[in-house]
Design a binder for this molecule. Structure first.
Ligand code: HEM
Ligand code: HEM
Length: 216
C-alpha cells in the first residue's frame, strides 16, 4: 500500500514538544519550581507563536484556511461518523479542526494568564506589574482553573485519537510521528504544498525572538 506525506516536520515538532512542555509545566508546578515553571511556560508560548504563524505560512495541512470549517460541517461529520459514512480527511477532520482550535485557544489563555500571575511568595509573571495585586490574584486563579479545562480537552483529544487508532484502525499517531498516512486514509485533495524546513527554521527563530523580547 502506498502512503502520502500529510504533516510537515514543523507541525510534528510543534506537537511533540508541546506534549513534553505540558508534562514539564505540570511537573514544575507540582513541586513549585517557579523559575523552571516560568521557563517551561515561555517555551510553550514560543511553540504557540510558531503554530500561529505556521497556520498562515506553513504547508497546506497546517494552514488554518485549509482546516477551519463551519460548526455545521463538524456536526455533519460527527453524524456521518456515527453512521460509519464519514469520508477520510488528509489533515484534521472537521470535528478535529474545532478541537485543535479550542486546544490552541485555551493554551494561549493559559500562558497569557501565567504572564500576569503571582505566587504570593515573591514570584510573579513578567506582566504582573501591569495590573494591581487583586487583578493578578484573579488571573492566577483563572490560570489554575483553566488548567482543568486543558486537562479535560487533552483527555477528549486522547480518547478521539485512540478511537481512530484502535477502532477505525487509522494510523493517526504514526502520521503525527513520521508525517505520512496510507493512501486509503487520504481525502480527495489533489495537491498539497509543503513549505521548506528552512522557512520553518526562520519561523522558529522569529518565535524565539518574540518571546525573548517579551520576557527579557
Ligand atoms: C499534552 C498533551 C497533548 C496536547 C496538548 C495535544 C495537542 C494537539 C494539537 C494542538 C494538535 C493539532 C496539531 C496541529 O495542527 O498543529 C494535535 C494533533 C494530534 N495529536 Fe495531540 N496533543 C497531546 C497529546 C497527544 C498524544 C499523547 C498523542 C498520541 C498518543 C497525540 C496524538 C495526536 C494526533 C494523532 C494528532 C493529529 C490528529 C489528526 O490527524 O487530526 N496527542 N494534538
Ligand atoms: C501552558 C503553560 C502553563 C501551564 C500548563 C501552567 C500550569 C499551572 C498550574 C496547573 C498551576 C497551579 C495552579 C494552582 O495551584 O491553582 C500554575 C500556577 C502558576 N503558574 Fe503556570 N502554567 C503555565 C504557564 C505559566 C507561565 C508562562 C507563567 C509565567 C511566568 C506561569 C506562572 C504561574 C504562577 C505565578 C503560578 C502560581 C503559583 C502558586 O500559586 O504557587 N505559568 N500554573
Amino acid at each position: 500500500m502506498t502512503d502520502k506525506k500529510v504533516w510537515d516536520l514543523g507541525v510534528r515538532i510543534f506537537h511533540w514538544l508541546l506534549v513534553l512542555g505540558m508534562i514539564a509545566a505540570w511537573f514544575t508546578i507540582e513541586y513549585r519550581f517557579m523559575q523552571a515553571h516560568a521557563i517551561v511556560g515561555y517555551g510553550i508560548s514560543m511553540l504557540l507563536i510558531y503554530r500561529l504563524v505556521w497556520g498562515f505560512l506553513g504547508s497546506t495541512t497546517a494552514r488554518f484556511s485549509y482546516f477551519i470549517c463551519s460548526p455545521i460541517a463538524a456536526f455533519c461529520y460527527l453524524k456521518a461518523s456515527l453512521q460509519q459514512k464519514a469520508r477520510s480527511y488528509t489533515g484534521h477532520n472537521p470535528a478535529g479542526s474545532w478541537m485543535v482550535l479550542f486546544m490552541l485557544l485555551i493554551l494561549f489563555l493559559q500562558v497569557l494568564s501565567g504572564f500576569f500571575a503571582n505566587n504570593d511568595l515573591g514570584f510573579s509573571g513578567p506582566f504582573a506589574d501591569w495590573v494591581n495585586k487583586t487583578q493578578s490574584d484573579q488571573l492566577t486563579q483563572w490560570h489554575g482553573l483553566n488548567f482543568y479545562l486543558i486537562l479535560a480537552a487533552i483527555w477528549l483529544h486522547l480518547v478521539a485519537v485512540f478511537f481512530y487508532q484502535i477502532v477505525k484502525k487509522e494510523p493517526l499517531i504514526q502520521a503525527m510521528i513520521g508525517g505520512r498516512k496510507p493512501s486509503k486514509y487520504i481525502g480527495d485533495d489533489q495537491y498539497l504544498k509543503f513549505v521548506s524546513n528552512r522557512v520553518a527554521v526562520l519561523v522558529w527563530l522569529f518565535s524565539l525572538a518574540v518571546i525573548l523580547l517579551v520576557v527579557l
